[in-house]
Design a protein around this ligand. Structure first.
Ligand SMILES: Cc1ncc(C[n+]2csc(CCOP(=O)(O)OP(=O)(O)O)c2C)c(N)n1
Length: 290
C-alpha cells in the first residue's frame, strides 16, 4: 500500500483499508475507486468504528469495493445473492449496520427478485448499486440497465430491451429511502452514503458510474468525458421536467427519490416477538450474534 515504506504518502483514510489493497486492481478511470473514496469519507465523517459494519457483496467489479478493500467483516457471496445473504446477517445480528455494494447485473439482474422483496419487506439494509449499465467484470455484456439500441458484446446490433429503472422500481416496492447520484457528484454521493449508514429500513443508493474499459469504449469516451456527461446530463429531482426513462439522452434525475419514515423490518419483528412473549410464547429463537 502507498505509505508502507515505499516513499509515497499514505492515503489519508488508509486505516480503513486492508493492507496491500492500494493501488487497486480497478481499470484506469473506473468509477469504483471514486465510490470507495466517497464511502471511506462517509464512514470517517460518522466516526464509525468499522467493527459496527458488516459489508456483503456479490461477484463483479463493484463487488471488489467492500471485499477485499474495506477493513471490516465482509461476506463475499455468489453472483446475485448479496441481498439474500445480507438479510440473513441482519436477522442474526440486528445491531450491526449491514451494507451491500454490488453492480447492476448483480442486484437488478440475477438478484432482482431478492432486491424487490427486500424493499417490499423494508428490511434494514443499506444497498449501493454501482450502475455502469453493463456486466463489467465478464467483458461488457448487456445488463438489465443497458439503454435501448446500445451496442454491447452480447448485443452487436443494439440492445432490443428497454432499461430497468431499479431506483423507481424500489420506490414502488416500498423502500424507505431511495436516492441516485453519479460519480461526478462526489460530495452529494458521500453524504448520501451517510444516510445509508444511519437510516432505518431498506435504503437504496444508485450510483451511475463510468466503465471506460467496456461501456464508454463504445463511444470512445474517456473517464473525464463520461463525468462531464453526468454533469451536463443530470438534473435535480425537484427540477426535473420529465421523468427519467433510463435511455441515452434522457436527463438523469439525481437526488432523493423517496424518503419514508416507515418502521423497518427489525423493529416490526422485535415488536412482534415481544407480543408473542407477553402472550406466553418464548419470543426467542434468534441469536444476537457476537
Ligand atoms: C450464477 C452466476 N452467473 C454468472 C456469473 C458470471 N459473472 C460474474 S461477474 C458477472 C457480471 C458482473 O456484472 P455487474 O454485477 O453489473 O458488476 P460489474 O462487474 O459491472 O461491477 C457475471 C455475469 C457468475 N459468477 N455466477
Amino acid at each position: 500500500m502507498a505509505g508502507e515504506g515505499d516513499g509515497r504518502p499514505e492515503h489519508p483514510l488508509a486505516r480503513y483499508l486492508r493492507p496491500g489493497t492500494l493501488p487497486s486492481t480497478f481499470c484506469p478511470g473506473c468509477g469504483c475507486g471514486t465510490v470507495l473514496n466517497c464511502f471511506l469519507r462517509a464512514v470517517d465523517r460518522r466516526r464509525l468504528d468499522p467493527s459496527e459494519i458488516i459489508m456483503v457483496t456479490g461477484i463483479g467489479c463493484a463487488s471488489w469495493i467492500p471485499s477485499p478493500m474495506f477493513r471490516c467483516d465482509t461476506l463475499h457471496t455468489t453472483h446475485g445473492r448479496a441481498v439474500a445473504f445480507a438479510t440473513g446477517v441482519k436477522l442474526m445480528m440486528p445491531r450491526k449496520k449491514v451494507l451491500i455494494i454490488a453492480g447492476d447485473g448483480d442486484l437488478a439482474g440475477i438478484g432482482g427478485n431478492h432486491l424487490i422483496h427486500a424493499a417490499h419487506r423494508n428490511i434494514d439494509l443499506g444497498v449501493m448499486m454501482v450502475n455502469n449499465r453493463i456486466y463489467g467484470m465478464t467483458g461488457g455484456q448487456c445488463s438489465p440497465t443497458t439503454p435501448s439500441d446500445r451496442m454491447t458484446t452480447t448485443t452487436p446490433f443494439g440492445n432490443l430491451d428497454r432499461p430497468v429503472l431499479a431506483s423507481e422500481l424500489l420506490v414502488s416496492a416500498g423502500a424507505n429511502h431511495v436516492a441516485r447520484w453519479t460519480t461526478f457528484h462526489v460530495r452529494q454521493l458521500s453524504r448520501a452514503m451517510e444516510e445509508l449508514l444511519d437510516g432505518e429500513g431498506f435504503r437504496f443508493l444508485e450510483i451511475v458510474s463510468q466503465c471506460p474499459t467496456h461501456y464508454d469504449k463504445e463511444e470512445r469516451l474517456s473517464a473525464a468525458e463520461a463525468l462531464e456527461r453526468y454533469r451536463d446530463g443530470s438534473v435535480p429531482v425537484a427540477q426535473a421536467g420529465e421523468p427519467y426513462d433510463g435511455e441515452t439522452g434522457s436527463k438523469l434525475t439525481v437526488g432523493v427519490l423517496v424518503d419514508r419514515k416507515r418502521d423497518g423490518y427489525i423493529r416490526r419483528l422485535e415488536a412482534s416477538e415481544r407480543g408473542l412473549s407477553e402472550a406466553g410464547g418464548t419470543g426467542k429463537g434468534r441469536g444476537e450474534g457476537p
